[in-house]
Design a protein around this ligand. Structure first.
Ligand SMILES: Nc1ncnc2c1ncn2[C@@H]1O[C@H](COP(=O)(O)OP(=O)(O)O)[C@@H](O)[C@H]1O
Ligand SMILES: *[C@@H]1O[C@H](CO)[C@@H](O)[C@H](O)[C@H]1NC(C)=O
Ligand SMILES: *[C@@H]1O[C@H](CO)[C@@H](O)[C@H](O)[C@H]1NC(C)=O
Ligand SMILES: *[C@@H]1O[C@H](CO)[C@@H](O)[C@H](O)[C@H]1NC(C)=O
Ligand SMILES: *[C@@H]1O[C@H](CO)[C@@H](O)[C@H](O)[C@H]1NC(C)=O
Length: 310
């Protein structure tokens, strides 16, 4: 049986967006041009794109018990993403939200994050999952608040244990995304997964100035047999395997640029999808760039369902 079941672990949040004619003056009132709620969070976005591409997709994260959570539930379910292992925290917890003010004159986005106290997924929750049902688990590199050893490190160690007692074809593949710089504790994730996605921002923060330089530097820190993948905006993407073989892809610009938000999440999801189908690393990042490029030509990600990719 060739199941393509994949799980993304990380954050889901609600973006509450007001599009204004001008950036508002303090203590004034004005009508907005547009207003909407949108699901955000890297893992939430990537799990949605995986489902839109045709994978059996699941999101794992924490939920609060509020209206924002009901919005997120509805959104995941309309995208065909399972949330069946998510834990809901009952009283006193709040879904992370961002109030976003878009200035329609020049597109500037002012973001106010509100994230109170919602706990991250714990090792204990994770251990309740039957890993035999999955082919791939992707982790969004998130800060670890209350444990000295990063909770994601523990989850990956748990997967190693699972893999050790399985034949090669039954073993789980893992990936981790390192996106935000200035979180040195994320560096300990570099050598714990099979595929490591490093962002342009994360690489530049370490003084690396191109996608090729980035994968060459980071492969040294990855575990034996692992590969590293780096997307670099309009410069496409690069990847390197543990033998040091470099592959690159150009970017695939759409006819008209409409919305580049979540391009990175889309790239990660599409690359994982292609690797799950058995494509080579070079083919996979090219597919990632094609899908991410198409995404930049549409508003949001839903429209990806109707696009045929070769
Ligand atoms: N302006 C663009 N036109 C076409 N494709 C793009 C553009 N910006 C990004 N991409 C695609 O999206 C991928 C991810 O880009 P990245 O800059 O890492 O995303 P993000 O801005 O979400 O962090 C790139 O590898 C590229 O293929
Ligand atoms: C957009 O316009 C505002 C003034 O309304 C200005 O302060 C801001 O710097 C501009 N932002 C960008 C990204 O151009
Ligand atoms: C996990 O799933 C497999 C395959 O469906 C099943 O054989 C096994 O008994 C399950 N393990 C547990 C602990 O439920
Ligand atoms: C899982 O299995 C693969 C072999 O397919 C192995 O290389 C890997 O290190 C194991 N563990 C994790 C966390 O990916
Ligand atoms: C997730 O996707 C939404 C809609 O496409 C986007 O507005 C948001 O910025 C994305 N979140 C992240 C963390 O990229």
């Amino acid at each position: 049986m060739t199941s393509l079941r994949v799980m993304c672990v990380g954050l889901a949040c609600v973006d509450i967006v007001s599009v204004c004619k001008n950036y508002p003056e303090e203590d004034s009132d004005q009508r907005v041009l547009d207003f909407y709620w949108q699901k955000g969070g890297n893992a939430a976005n990537s799990s949605s794109v995986l489902s839109l591409l045709g994978a059996e997709s699941e999101y794992l994260g924490s939920f609060a018990n509020d209206n924002e959570m009901r919005f997120l539930h509805e959104d995941f379910s309309s995208m065909g993403v399972s949330t069946s292992h998510c834990r809901t925290f009952d009283s006193g917890f709040m879904t992370p939200t961002s109030i976003i003010i878009v200035n329609s004159q020049n597109g500037s986005r002012t973001i106010l994050h509100a994230s109170k106290n919602l706990p991250e997924v714990s090792l204990e929750d994770f251990k309740r999952i039957n890993l035999s049902h999955y082919k791939w688990i992707h982790f969004e590199g998130r800060p670890s608040f209350n444990t000295p050893t990063h909770e994601i490190v523990r989850m990956l160690a748990h997967i190693d244990q699972h893999n050790n007692s399985r034949s090669e074809s039954e073993q789980l593949q893992t990936s981790v995304e390192l996106e935000k710089p200035a979180r040195p504790e994320l560096d300990q994730l570099l050598d714990k997964a099979n595929y490591v996605f490093v962002s342009k921002e994360y690489s530049q923060n370490k003084g690396l100035t191109s996608k090729e330089e980035a994968v060459k530097a980071f492969i040294q820190k990855c575990r034996q047999g692992a590969s590293v993948i780096c997307a670099w905006g309009e410069d496409g993407a690069a990847a390197m395997d543990s033998q040091g073989q470099l592959v690159t892809s150009c970017c695939f610009p759409p006819d008209k640029l409409r919305d580049t938000l979540a391009a990175g999440d889309t790239f990660n999801a599409a690359t994982i999808f292609a690797l799950m189908e058995g494509k080579t690393l070079g083919e996979a990042i090219t597919f990632g760039c094609k899908v991410a490029g198409a995404k930049c030509g549409i508003q949001g990600v839903r429209g990806l369902r109707d696009i045929k990719f070769s």
